[in-house]
Design a protein around this ligand. Sequence first.
Ligand code: GAL
Length: 355
Amino acid sequence: MTNFHSFRPGELWPDDHGVHINAHGGCLLRHGGKIYWYGEHKVEGRRGNLARVGVHVYVSDDYYNWRDAGIAFDVKNSGSTAVRPGCVIERPKVLFCPRTGKFVMYFHFERDSSYQDASIGIATADAPEGPFQLREITKINPGFWPENTPPELRDPARIAASAAKLNRISCGENPEAARGSILGACVPTGQDSRDMTLFVDDDGRAYLIYSSERNSTTHVAELTDDYLGRTGRFWRIFPFRWMEAPSLFKHNGKYYFIGSGCTGWAPNAARSAVADSLQGPWTELGNPAVDDGGELTYGAQSTWIEPLGGGRFLFMADIWRPDNAIDGRYLWLPVEFEGERPVLRAPREWSLESL
Ligand code: GAL
């Protein structure tokens, strides 16, 4: 049994068997007095960047000490042949839906390493530890336009130009995206969704926040009451700002966003923003990682922000090790505030009790 009383960002983090925790790109869920940590199970080497096993879950009472509760979503037993070893399952996020009593998992899904599907997978379970079974793999809101679509993105010539070369437009920062209308080209089939997160507002309404339009623009899509469907209402935020790894929290009635730039597994400078409403307008607040090393977010990329109560928030990020994926590390830091601005100070050993 482990007995930790602090977080040690970036170090190996043993579970109750003494094995480094294997839950990357993940999230937390508090339920029934326990804390659940879900994340991508990685294996050794570069092949570990693809989903060979599934989504791992750990359970804790205190955020420091984690019991291995096994594979919550198993690629070999997912309830669907679409999901199989060697596909891509990234950034799993899990909510409990009070209306249905189901645990609902969303994740970024790709059939293979070409990353051309840009779909979400949705799986459900009756218990937090799983087993989760696949319900759907889908694109977002086919046939619908975002409520705040600017008129130029409805221009048929721009849509046709993007439609003609959609899969050839890079998913890394490039000027091409803003010249056409990737958005319009994707309306018939549904929008792309790559890096993503879920957020539940105070009224119980849940939202999917995802990198879309070849990663150029973030979208916010409203979910149905059972959290399984999209209502068709969605909004573009941060147009052509090339953000990934979205994470959200609400503090003093305002919505806060922390994400990353768009450089694959390599770390970059984080982004932050604030808004009075999820739909925006969002005001960017710059890189929240303000200390030395912050220009690369201390080597990490955001994945989740857990509200701890009393105005305290736990920022969770991944230090990816793409050459040996299983060795990826975790950078958990307190979110501090300078006025309205969230800041992430240089990593050091710390505990919740010190906040
Ligand atoms: C990152 C992204 C990860 C993964 C990776 C693949 O930018 O945040 O979730 O998709 O790219 O290169």
